[in-house]
Design a protein. Structure first.
Length: 192
């Protein structure tokens, strides 16, 4: 190993915290690999991951249940959608996400839940779990059709913007629609 490659390895496994203390990254003593956690897990530990959910009873076939997300203006904590969950009595539904609907009338607000229960961090995102929405000429930014369950769908939302998460009942009868959304609020991330 050359001095240059040894220095690069040292820089890779060594860090200095904000107080000037030096550490080596934790590693596995058997395989000598560096122990890491993924970005989403790291965001949960930092208290930056939030969730909101709701349900609506007796949604007719092809009827919709909407959850509105209002992202904050002028924030540097961008809203990163991580997962969406939707069900129609546990059966098939269609999930759409729209940006800037024609109208989104507030109804039932929901205080987002921090996924790190030790954190005092609060979400800057406004959530309405039973809004009345007219999509109109809104831009549809994604769509999924599935038999209930989880979609991992990484999307960074714009600031100061209204989004509608719409679950449509594709079951053969009226159904209770349920939806859950998980997101993180952190910097914008890598840009090109």
């Amino acid at each position: 190993m050359t001095k240059t490659s040894l220095k690069s390895f040292y820089d890779l496994v060594h860090y200095t915290d904000e107080d000037g203390y030096e550490y080596f990254l934790p590693h596995d003593y058997v395989g000598e690999g560096i122990k890491t956690i993924d970005r989403q897990e790291h965001a949960i530990h930092k208290g930056q991951v939030f969730a909101a959910w709701g349900d609506k009873a007796s949604v007719a076939v092809d009827g919709a249940y909407d959850i509105v997300i209002r992202t904050p203006a002028g924030s540097t904590a961008y809203t990163h959608i991580l997962k969406e969950h939707a069900w129609a009595n546990g059966n098939q539904c269609r999930l759409q996400i729209f940006e800037t609907p024609t109208t989104a009338t507030s109804d039932t607000s929901f205080t987002p839940i921090n996924r790190n229960r030790l954190s005092t961090g609060v979400s800057a995102v406004g959530i309405e779990t039973s809004a009345t929405v007219t999509v109109g000429a809104a831009t549809e930014i994604t769509e999924h059709i599935y038999a209930g369950g989880t979609i991992e769908d990484k999307i960074v939302l714009n600031t100061s913007t209204v989004y509608v998460f719409r679950a449509i009942n594709k079951h053969t009868d009226s159904a209770t629609m349920s939806m859950k959304i998980e997101w993180s609020e952190e910097d914008r991330g890598l840009e090109t």
